[in-house]
Design a protein around this ligand. Structure first.
Ligand SMILES: C[S@@+](CC[C@H](N)C(=O)[O-])C[C@H]1O[C@@H](n2cnc3c(N)ncnc32)[C@H](O)[C@@H]1O
Length: 504
């Protein structure tokens, strides 16, 4: 069953407050023509029929089992049409999208990231030329917007990644120019029974199709967040502790990449909009290595380390301390001394103590290069001098040095083109200023490379750069010698960085 759920991404909307909120946003009328493009077992249609037994509803669904359930539930209703078809490829829907749309209302919980075979991906790329085809929900949203008639309403529950991620830029543009957003509710994915996406929050977006682009850009809409529980969706207007803010669609449109920068801090937004240089331009930001089977290949110096219980203890004699001098290191090491240090995730500032070692024998490396699960990615950056930022931050973003070591895939390695900027970058990534930027660019606790690349970067004057370098060295030396550092030194660095960016 789980396999089946993965294939079709059949996670159903079994939450009354979510269903009620979405159906209410459709402002249903008795003669509406309604589309449910991913029927599942019909929770939305049930709720719609509850309110109006004679509603005209077209349901599309790809999975035969769901079709049977839908038929059982709704085939007695003459106005409900159930079609066993692929919403993204269906000829009738393609035809109706190309003539300005026919539906008054569309409601969906589309599949997120559903697996598509390569043949289908190629077809989808042709049908949706600018849209990111690997993430299915964007395709469903795009197609559904096309299927709405002028002034038609749509409500979708989908991950919030389309608001900021670079690959969804074309989708954002489409939304902003072809629709008036009515309301955007943002909440943790844990509100959704049975699924916790971990990497993303969920959003319910409600929008109105509008043929007049000027009107679209002049539209104001509400973003609601700060939800503590799912029940608060039932009556948003009387909930006093929710965070409700109005945004102008044109402002979002003029942001870089049309990103929904929804932070309170205008100084931060201005800096992001007006910065001449971004981290992605001065440094390579890359994800690290994965063995494919860490239990077999990764060892630890001490099982008291965090999450180290299930790993074997490394034999100190098998650790290679001279690996940097080995030629063709990317092909592995001959002999018994073939374990090398690796920097892993975990939020530690400035410098991580050594504890984890990867098997780097010739055979192991061959495995990493050929195994399907392994990720021998960005090897040109292995064993280089740079900094590592964990993909997930517990609270604030942190960074630590990667001193000519391997780094794993839970880390984004940042390698400045000009190596003399490394300490300054290390100081910057551990500063509250950088944290404000990354959390504005992406409000969740994730820091993938694509977000990091968008952070504004300012190179200070030489004497300021030297001062920061000197103070960062003090911190690093103190960690090496004493195991800790003086908070005052760090605070001095932070206030210098605030001055550089003119943000407090
Ligand atoms: C996330 S479920 C949601 C179902 C239902 N709307 C709900 O909210 O409970 C997505 C549904 O879309 C169906 N589906 C997946 N890909 C599809 C496609 N290309 N065309 C039509 N339906 C599809 C799946 O079988 C699944 O039932």
């Amino acid at each position: 069953m789980f396999q089946e759920a993965r294939k079709y991404q059949a996670f159903y909307t079994k939450s009354t407050p979510i269903v009620d909120y979405m159906v209410q946003n459709l402002s249903l009328k008795s003669d509406d023509r309604i589309l449910e493009p991913c029927g599942g077992d019909g929770v939305f249609v049930e709720s719609i029929i509850d309110k109006n037994e004679y509603a005209y509803v077209d349901i599309y669904e790809l999975n035969e089992k769901s079709i049977k359930i839908l038929n059982k539930k709704f085939s007695y209703l003459p106005n409900v049409r159930i079609k066993h078809s692929d919403t993204l490829l269906d000829e009738e829907l393609i035809f109706n999208s190309s003539f300005g749309g026919i539906y008054d209302k569309i409601i969906a919980n589309p599949p997120y990231g559903a697996w598509q075979d390569y043949e289908k991906r190629d077809v989808l790329k042709k049908l949706f030329p600018n849209i990111y085809t690997k993430e299915t929900y964007g395709l469903f949203l795009y197609r559904s917007i096309e299927l709405l008639r002028d002034k038609g309403l749509l409500t979708f529950i989908i991950p919030d990644t389309y608001l900021n991620l670079h690959m969804h830029k074309a989708l954002r543009k489409h939304i902003l120019k072809k629709t008036k957003i009515k309301e955007l509710a943002l909440f943790p994915s844990s509100f959704f029974p049975g699924v916790n996406f971990g990497y993303a929050n969920l959003s319910i977006i409600t929008l109105e199709k509008c043929f007049n682009q000027k009107e679209c850009l002049n539209n104001n809409f509400k973003i609601i967040n700060g939800f503590k529980n799912v029940e608060q969706l039932s009556d948003i207007n009387s909930e006093t502790d929710l965070n409700i803010k109005i945004y102008h669609q044109k402002d979002i449109y003029t942001n870089p990449d049309h990103a929904f920068l929804i932070s309170d801090n205008f100084e931060i937004i201005n800096a992001i909009n007006n910065s001449k240089l971004k981290i992605g331009e001065i440094a390579s930001c890359v994800t690290g290595f994965y063995s494919g089977d860490d239990k077999t290949f990764l060892q630890v110096s001490n099982t008291d380390l965090k999450n180290a219980k299930n790993y074997n203890i490394v034999n100190p004699n098998s650790i290679n301390r001279d690996y940097q001098n080995i030629s063709n290191l990317l092909d592995g090491i001959n002999g018994t001394k073939h374990f090398i240090p690796i920097v892993k995730g975990g939020n530690v500032k400035y410098l991580k103590s050594e504890g984890w070692f990867m098997n780097w024998s010739k055979e192991a490396v061959k495995h990493y290069k050929t195994d399907k699960k392994a990720r021998f990615q960005n090897p040109q950056f292995y064993f280089k001098f740079g900094i590592g930022v964990p993909m997930i931050s517990s609270s604030s973003i942190t960074a630590s040095l990667i001193e000519y070591k391997l780094f794993d895939q839970s880390i984004v390695g940042i390698f400045p083109k000009d190596e003399s900027l490394t300490y300054y970058l290390l100081a910057f990534f551990n500063s509250p200023t950088c944290n404000k930027f990354i959390r504005t660019i992406n409000p969740s606790a994730n820091n993938p490379a694509n977000y990091i690349k968008k952070i504004p970067f300012i190179i200070p004057e030489k004497h300021v750069l030297n001062l920061i370098n000197q103070k960062t060295s003090e911190i690093l030396n103190s960690i090496k010698q004493l195991g800790g550092y003086n908070d005052d030194t760090e605070r001095e660095i932070w206030s210098i960085i605030e001055e550089i960016y003119q943000i407090d």
